[in-house]
Design a protein around this ligand. Structure first.
Ligand code: ATP
Ligand code: MG
Length: 140
């Protein structure tokens, strides 16, 4: 297995409930290393670019409004097989379907307000990291 990097967002529903540290503790307990992190308000343009793949979906407007509704914590996570490992740790998109012990099972409020994002493949991880971090912002 290779050491990979993936992109994570702690979403506004989680920052609003002061859960950044609790989510980070689960990330670290799972063996992933937080190698870059910042708390930001993202613009509408940034949110629309980030979720452009979902532009035609019925929930797109709601998703963008949610992602700009409060601060988020954007992160780069590093570890063995990090992309799949973090998807496993996050759990299913809908918290009702998420496995016990996953971040979404423990913290998510709904399929929309589901606490975390994680990249779904190596190409998206690279693109998403580059949208928010310069190379020298990431210290592994
Ligand atoms: P993410 O991309 O945020 O990591 P995901 O890969 O599990 O989540 P996607 O299918 O990529 O799920 O959906 C992106 C995001 O859009 C979801 O995380 C959720 O916030 C929102 N979303 C997805 N489906 C719905 C829905 N049916 N209703 C409302 N919001 C939704
Ligand atoms: Mg996705």
């Amino acid at each position: 297995m290779a050491i990979e990097r993936t992109f994570s967002i702690i979403k506004p529903d989680a920052t609003a409930r002061n859960l950044t540290g609790a989510v980070n503790a689960m990330i670290e307990r799972a063996g992933l290393r937080i190698v870059a992190q910042k708390r930001v308000l993202i613009s509408r343009d940034q949110a629309e670019t980030f979720y452009a793949v979902h532009r035609q979906r019925p929930f797109f407007r709601e998703l963008v409004e949610f992602m700009i509704s409060g601060p988020v914590v954007v992160q780069v996570l590093e570890g063995e097989n990090a992309i799949a490992a973090y998807r496993d740790l996050m759990g299913a998109t809908d918290p009702a379907q998420a496995a016990p012990g996953t971040i979404r099972k423990v913290f998510a409020k709904s399929i929309g307000e589901n606490s975390v994002h994680g990249s779904d493949a190596a190409d998206t991880a690279g693109r998403e990291i580059a949208q928010f971090f310069a190379g020298n912002d990431i210290v592994g």
